[in-house]
Write a protein that binds this ligand. Structure first.
Ligand SMILES: [Zn+2]
Length: 251
């Protein structure tokens, strides 16, 4: 009898652990905090880029988006944005939306203490604010092409947790800071397939794998996860946008 009880307890503990891992690692689980993973623009497919801005790649991504007349969301890290505030201004001036992806993007972010988590989130906000404020129109100076409405930060502020991981501490802090949490429902797996170490001859096949991942799962209202720190991102985007449109999806 004791043996049966031990087995039942072990099964319950294992089930609880599996549930906890799923709840923390699955961006759309909604267990700790409400995360918007679809319908940023109702009925349309939304492109989101994480881990930038990158001085080489982000401007090229913006050029591709411009050439197709597509607006996107960029979840930037504060440490990179601090080095390249001009890229934050460039993203905003082209009509895209900037969101917070923490300052450090530390792999330890989800398991760090509450103070670190909150400081990491707020530091990224400060960098974005500073970059945008530096471009705020004054009586005698304004960055070309940046209108007063374009420099306004989105309200509420948008946040995407690194690695899509949430937990009770992160949820509590985000409720306090007032960020709206944005997830995704379609992963391109670009970080797996579009390694910067790829030979040029391998790029085409790698892009094909990402396209396959995306097109299999995308439907109206989908939010697609991409990364503008990868050198192959502009080439992927150049094939992705026409492919989505051919599939009858609106961007
Ligand atoms: Zn990231």
């Amino acid at each position: 009898m004791n043996g049966v009880l031990v087995i039942v307890l072990c099964v319950l503990v294992a089930a609880a652990l599996i549930f906890l891992v799923w709840a923390c690692s699955r961006i759309g689980s909604g267990v700790w905090i409400k995360v918007q993973c679809r319908d940023l623009r109702p009925g349309k497919v939304t492109l989101t880029f994480d881990d930038g801005p990158d001085p080489e790649v982000t401007p090229k991504v913006l050029d591709v988006l411009d050439s197709y007349g597509v607006k996107a969301y960029f979840f930037v890290t504060g440490s990179k944005a601090e080095k390249h505030p001009e890229l934050i201004r460039l993203i905003v001036s082209r009509g895209h939306t900037v969101g917070n992806h923490t300052y450090t993007h530390s792999p330890l972010f989800p398991v760090s203490g509450k103070t670190f988590i909150e400081d990491d989130i707020r530091a990224c906000d400060s960098v974005i604010d500073l970059a945008v404020q530096e471009a705020a129109p004054t009586s005698d100076s304004r960055e070309p092409g940046l209108s007063a409405s374009a420099v306004a930060a989105p309200e509420p502020r948008l946040f995407r947790p690194p690695f899509g991981v949430t937990n009770p501490d992160i949820a509590k802090i985000l409720k306090h800071t007032g960020h709206k949490v944005i997830g995704w429902d379609v992963r391109s797996f670009d970080t797996v397939h579009l390694k910067d170490s790829l030979a040029p001859s391998e790029l085409d096949a790698a892009i094909g794998k990402c396209l396959g991942n995306i097109l299999r799962k995308t439907r109206p209202g989908s939010v697609i996860l991409l990364h503008d720190r990868l050198a192959g991102a502009p080439a992927l985007l150049t094939r992705l946008i026409p492919a989505l449109r051919r599939a009858g999806l609106e961007l």
